[in-house]
Design a protein. Structure first.
Ligand code: ADP
Length: 566
């Protein structure tokens, strides 16, 4: 029962945790148990009415009538309360997970992997809510059974002890079988993470699979392997639950046989009492079956709850969302001996830095270097998305502490190469948001493709180059002090490259923005005020664009993907 108790405690916690939520939960449990006991008492009353042979006492009739109303009323109450809990629980649980995800350092999220997060949000949360819905029904059936046992004791107590012994043996073996089943379900759930990852391969890697028959064949075979393994584990889990139901039924009829065949030999029992006893036992079959079915679902929910708890533990606790002040203009931004490294095989560890460089307001810095030289990593460190492992970032001479990282990040607008486009223009202060957005859409040559109304974009379903231009719209509207573009121009045609480097960037600089532009377009390096070159995670050049070009750096072949020994 400890798993059920843990699940119960967990459900109480996720149903809001407030006093009101706890009370509602207690109400659900009380109403569920009450309606079960009322049903057992109702059936007992029917039996007694039958035995009274047409001349029942007034008290018996009154009890019968009260129970008649009490049972459906309590059942409805339990249902009503549970709907309230699930309504808040569903939202609370999902939002709590989402809040934790956005509060968690980016690096930890990258290590956890997207598939695990999505699987928990999409699948486990649903199963936990199913358990909440089922809870009053399970409690109700459990109390119907307890009520029946009490009734049987009242009917003829000498037959109760052997019956209780059989029930206890049943409970122990059922618990054992549930545990066996849950081990399989947990293994299946583990495989589901892998399956989920592979399913993303199908939806997001369709092109790559369509153009390569052998890759497609191998990928599909692997995915089928995982799907089969997953189903096998789930089937074995279900099989244990099936064995549990079958053996419970066996035990149940053994109880009937015990009473019917051995009972009269054990104690002297009047035939009418024996008949009522057996009828009452037979009536326990329905609630027993429903209880066992419910227990199997609760078992699966326990696995889902464990998974969510485990994930929650590796995510950060969200801080209260106190509105941050609008970022002030800054005078100096320095990176002092900053490093970041990716964990991996010891001799394949990539280390960025130690980097020491300063940015001044209003300058346009091009960050250049071959693929894998650490430019994107540098961008993430500069934006405070990766905390420096050593060294510090100083803004206006003051070190940015971990607690101040969120406020620090508000100085930046960024378009990364794996950017995400939101369909709404959110979090932008503008008197005429639609008007501003339309002006920028025209400047980005998107006015015929995208309309904007009430801060909503009509579409984000565009070519990659157009999507990137739309991402630029966000950066324009946010109007932050530093704009970072990671290989923004890579997907643009020559005409729009020209527009970007010769018009958009100088215009942003003229507006006082500091620009950090990661670029491979060496024909435009002359536009920059300054060039910072990275090779194997180290700054190998930091000076004016003219110096960089004079030194012939632009002609250098790109550095080979930078794997640096630790
Ligand atoms: P660039 O932007 O110059 O192409 P990156 O900063 O993306 O370079 O990558 C620098 C190095 O860090 C590469 O060797 C890359 O393999 C490694 N790297 C980048 N991102 C990760 C990551 N999420 N996990 C592990 N290694 C990474």
């Amino acid at each position: 029962m400890s798993d059920l108790a843990r699940l119960l405690a967990y459900l109480v916690r996720v149903s809001g945790g407030s006093r009101r939520a706890r009370l509602t939960f207690a109400g659900v449990i009380a109403a569920g148990i009450g309606s079960g006991l009322a049903l057992a008492a109702l059936i007992g009353a029917v039996n007694t009415l039958l035995a009274a042979g047409g001349a029942p006492s007034r008290a018996l009739v009154a009890t019968f009538l009260v129970l008649l109303v009490a049972r459906p009323a309590l059942r409805f109450l339990a249902h009503f309360l549970v709907l309230r809990i699930t309504e808040t629980g569903f939202v609370t649980l999902r939002m709590e997970l989402c809040r934790r995800v956005v509060a968690t350092p980016l690096r930890r999220l990258e290590e956890l992997g997207r598939a695990r997060l999505t699987a928990a949000l999409a699948t486990d949360v649903g199963q936990i809510v199913n358990a909440m819905v089922l809870l009053p029904t399970v409690l109700m059936h459990a109390s119907v059974l307890a009520g029946f046992l009490a009734y049987l004791g009242w009917l003829f107590w000498p037959l109760l002890p052997p019956l209780l012994l059989l029930t206890a043996a049943g409970a122990v073996s059922i618990r054992w079988m549930i545990r066996r089943g849950m081990v399989r379900v947990a293994a299946g759930r583990q495989l589901y993470d892998r399956l989920f990852h592979q399913m993303r391969g199908v939806t997001e890697g369709t092109k790559e699979l369509q153009v390569h028959q052998r890759r497609r064949g191998e990928f599909m075979a692997r995915m089928e392997g995982t799907a089969r393994e997953h189903r096998r584990e789930m089937r074995l889990g279900d099989l244990w639950f099936g064995v549990m139901t079958a053996s419970s039924e066996l035990l149940f009829f053994l109880a009937v046989a015990l009473v019917l065949l051995a009972g009269p030999h054990l104690v002297a029992v009047p035939p009418a009492t024996l008949a009522s006893f057996v009828v009452a036992i037979l009536m326990m079959r329905g609630p027993l079956e429903a209880l066992l079915d419910g227990t199997a679902v609760l078992g699966q929910a326990t696995v889902a709850a464990r998974k969510v708890e485990e994930l929650t533990g590796s995510l950060a606790a969200p801080a209260p969302d106190v509105p941050l002040p609008a970022p002030r203009r800054w005078r100096s931004l320095e990176l002092d001996g900053v490093t970041h490294s990716y964990r991996g095989e010891a001799d394949e560890r990539f280390v960025l830095g130690p980097l020491t460089l300063a940015l001044s307001p209003g300058e346009m810095v091009f960050v250049v270097g071959g693929n894998g030289s650490g430019k994107t990593t540098f961008a993430k460190v500069l934006l405070g998305l990766y905390a420096p492992e050593s060294g510090e970032i100083r803004l206006d001479g003051r070190a940015v502490e971990p607690a101040g990282m969120d406020a620090y990040r508000q100085h930046f607008s960024a378009v990364f190469s794996d950017f995400f486009l939101f369909e709404s223009l959110m979090g932008v202060d503008a008197a005429d948001l639609d008007g501003d957005a339309r002006r920028y859409l025209s400047a980005l040559h998107l006015q015929h493709k995208v309309r904007v109304s009430g801060g909503e974009l009509s579409t984000v379903d565009l070519s990659q180059g157009q999507r990137k231009r739309l991402a630029l719209l966000g950066a324009y509207l946010e109007d932050r002090h530093v704009c970072l573009f990671d290989e923004w121009a890579a997907d643009q045609d020559p005409h729009f490259k020209e527009v970007f480097y010769r018009h958009l960037l100088p215009e942003l600089r003229a507006r006082g923005k500091t620009l950090v532009v990661i670029s491979h377009d060496d024909q435009y390096y002359g536009v920059a005020d300054r060039v910072v070159r990275l090779d194997y995670g180290q700054v190998t050049f930091d000076g004016s664009a003219a110096e960089y070009l004079d030194g012939g750096h632009a002609a250098r072949p790109p550095a080979f993907a930078g794997a640096v020994a630790a």
